[in-house]
Design a protein around this ligand. Structure first.
Ligand code: NAD
Ligand code: 89Y
Length: 343
């Protein structure tokens, strides 16, 4: 198959990981980049040797023949950029959070479906190798039928220095980080019928909530707790590890700090180290996330080659974004929120 010609829109903080990952992936390469900030365009263009540079996405679509576009801007620009990709019949990857609102996201899914172009949300946390190892343990049947889960992300890592916009939005941890934890809960325990949420802001220097605790009923009958915090000072800083507990009819799964996985089930107890590899371009502690970027982008290339729907397609991600919307609504009302009513 001929190499896919991709373009990256948005050359900011996180896009550098995506550019490194594209260089590691056979079958696709980035042939053009776009950013409205000339400084970022120059930094990323020079670092990755990309000569074809655009200040505006409309000029990029007009000037290039593309097999896909990788949108790595922040949420406010996602809808216009995805709709522009759809108008130009170019398959699109869109960073999380998919959109500022569920109604925007639904319109984006509709635009791509009407144009017949694939759409994947770059929801990469479920692609982290420790999370895939938990999924594999569930699939092995070792713990039987899961009835309880806890997906936990608690840290005091300074995310604001690299991503200053995170300190200024009315919404913070659920929309930025909890969105990944909610997606992992769906990935491991299936879709959700009801969510109950409590939030708090501990850091007085930011505008949004930095602590959230969510209790969910899954359609399978399982219950889960998804908890996240950027106000939790621990002896050993775990960023950016997601810790997982799952209890099943025949055993348990524990993914603990330092990537230690313990599965207790029908065949006894097995403890393994599921640390992600440190890719040559990666840096600790981000290597866990960085490896998952390669995995999700490879998945996109495979899906385009095989004509299959990405695991985190736009349509799938509506269910994760609905959890975000429901969590904020429930935190405000202090009432449980039904998911089906939003979808
Ligand atoms: P950033 O602000 O550093 O970079 C965004 C870039 O997009 C900027 O350079 C900006 O000039 C450019 N841009 C914005 N609108 C544009 C437009 N219409 N046309 C062209 N360029 C435009 O942001 P970031 O921290 O890199 O985050 C980008 C996205 O990645 C966010 O949605 C964030 O939530 C997400 N993110 C995801 C992960 C993950 O693990 N999946 C990790 C960090 C950030
Ligand atoms: O933006 C966030 C994400 O998606 O992963 C971690 C992060 O960079 C900070 O919370």
């Amino acid at each position: 198959m001929a190499e896919l010609r991709g373009a990256l829109i948005g050359c900011g903080f996180f896009a550098v990981n995506q550019m490194h990952a594209w260089r590691d992936i056979a079958g696709a390469s980035i042939i053009a980049i776009c950013d409205r900030d000339p400084e970022r365009l120059k930094v990323v263009g020079d670092q990755f040797g990309i000569a074809r540079r655009y200040a505006a996405a409309a000029a990029l679509f007009a000037g290039e023949r593309l097999d896909f576009v990788d949108i790595a801007t922040t949420a406010p620009s996602h809808r216009p950029l995805v709709e522009m990709a759809a108008q130009n019949r170019v398959p699109a990857i869109c960073q999380k959070p998919f959109a500022p609102s569920l109604s925007d996201a639904k319109a984006m899914v509709r635009a791509c479906a009407d144009a017949g172009v694939p759409l994947m949300v770059h929801e990469n946390f479920r692609w982290q190798s420790p999370i895939q190892a938990v999924r594999a343990a569930l699939d092995s049947g070792e713990i039987g039928t899961p009835f309880f889960g806890r997906i936990s992300f608690r840290s005091a890592y300074d995310v604001f220095s690299g991503q200053p916009y995170l300190a200024t939005g009315k919404r913070f941890i659920i929309e930025d980080l909890g969105i990944h934890s909610l997606d992992i809960a769906r990935f491991l325990l299936g879709d959700v019928s009801t969510i109950t949420t409590r939030t708090a802001r501990i850091n007085p220097e930011i505008a949004g909530e930095d602590v959230a605790t969510m209790l969910m009923d899954h359609k399978s009958g399982a219950t889960s707790v998804v908890d996240c915090s950027y106000a939790t000072k621990l002896a050993t800083e775990p960023f950016p590890q997601t810790l997982v507990e799952i209890d099943g009819s025949d055993g348990t799964i524990r993914l603990e700090q330092n990537y230690r996985l313990t599965v207790t089930g029908r065949n006894g107890t097995a403890v393994s180290d599921v640390s992600p590899p440190l890719l040559p371009w990666a840096s600790r502690p981000w290597h866990n996330i960085q490896e998952s970027v390669v995995a999700i982008q490879k998945h996109w290339v495979d899906c385009l080659a095989n004509g299959t729907e990405p695991a985190t397609s736009g349509a799938d991600n509506l269910r994760t974004l609905a959890l975000v919307e429901a969590a904020y609504a429930g935190a405000a009302s202090r009432e449980p929120v039904q998911l089906d009513a939003l979808l």
